[in-house]
Design a binder for this molecule. Sequence first.
Ligand SMILES: Nc1ncnc2c1ncn2[C@@H]1O[C@H](COP(=O)(O)OP(=O)(O)O)[C@@H](O)[C@H]1O
Ligand SMILES: [Mg+2]
Length: 395
Amino acid sequence: MEISTPLMQDSKKVLLLGSGELGKEIVIEAQRMGIETVAVDRYDMAPAMHVAHRKYVIDMLNGEAVKSIIKRENPDAIITEIEAIDTEALIDLEDSGYKIVPNANAVKICMNRIDLRRTAAEKVRLPTTKYGFAENEEEAKKICKDVGFPCLIKPEMSSSGHGHVLVSKEEDVENGYRESISHARGKGRRVIVEEYVKIDTELTVLTYRYPTESGIKMNTFSPIEHKRPSYFYVESWQPSTVDDKTIQLAKDYALKIVEELGGVGVFGVEIIKSGDRVLFSEVSPRPHDTGMVTMASQNISEFQVHVRSAIGLPTPQVDIVSPAASHVILAQTSKWNPKFINIDKALNIPGVQIRLFGKPYSYEHRRMGVVLATGKDTNEAIERARKASSIILVG
Ligand SMILES: Nc1ncnc2c1ncn2[C@@H]1O[C@H](COP(=O)(O)OP(=O)(O)O)[C@@H](O)[C@H]1O
Ligand SMILES: [Mg+2]
């Protein structure tokens, strides 16, 4: 395979649908390899737009808009960086010969909690929490009773914990159901109800499919571990401290679901450990936010592997080079042109690096950056990352 020169005839080109912080790192890795990059998002000055060759601001839920940009750019690979994209447009584009990463059907399944749970639990037969589906208050009551209290109601389509409602008794189900669907993406009324389990720890098994001369191969990274104070990611570390049996099971589930989803690129398979149960939770058909730690812990990051797979290049092996941790930098308020204070103090801690995403405005709890830290072991790395992120203020 050849790579020509960006911005010239026969350049290799990737187009990102979604230009957030993960997209920014994907673009940086593509740039390093001499690949032309195009960043698309619904708002201007999104993180990946700062580093891409070109950008477009469109409504990605509008299939005509998505198609017209892609047909104009004619990229070698289209990387879906977020869930809120018109998936029918992706299917049409794939049918007419465009390469969607990982593939249009995987993107469609993974953005939908009901389709994904059916695929994982009923088709691939992975162990999951007890669950049921509902599309009105009455059904929700029945399903919550079947699943048992407490249970968690999640909209069919949402991300980052939006619309997760914990319900502890029958009288709260109606309100819980309404609250949940009010946070759904689009007008969907369907929800998944899951048994609420006590989480001891969580893993992300980054699993990737890459092309070789003898066909597609699969591999996993060493699992990343994360504990969450709420439903969204705050800190992660690698290597994980869980026992070998859990790691083996987690990797086994990850390979099975990713094999079923197919295509090429990195997938973030989320696994929950609760007592002696190891459960498949969900999967992102793209690099994972908890995987930002791989920029410090591995010789090849999740972003580099994704780019290579997308354009048809192999990554036979990835190694951990140091224990490392990541910790998010969140905004406290809404503000255009936010400032980051005490960066100098944070960088005074050995082993600490900082990534500021360049988002043009903040709002409460918006992720604005991440601290990466290495250490002699994961505990030291976690402590360093926590300390650095606690020093940095966004204002
Ligand atoms: N059934 C459950 N019981 C307890 N906690 C859960 C359950 N499902 C999800 N969670 C917690 O909520 C987080 C977000 O849930 P997830 O299904 O991954 O949604 P999202 O797509 O928003 O990331 C998980 O990482 C986990 O910490
Ligand atoms: Mg998740």
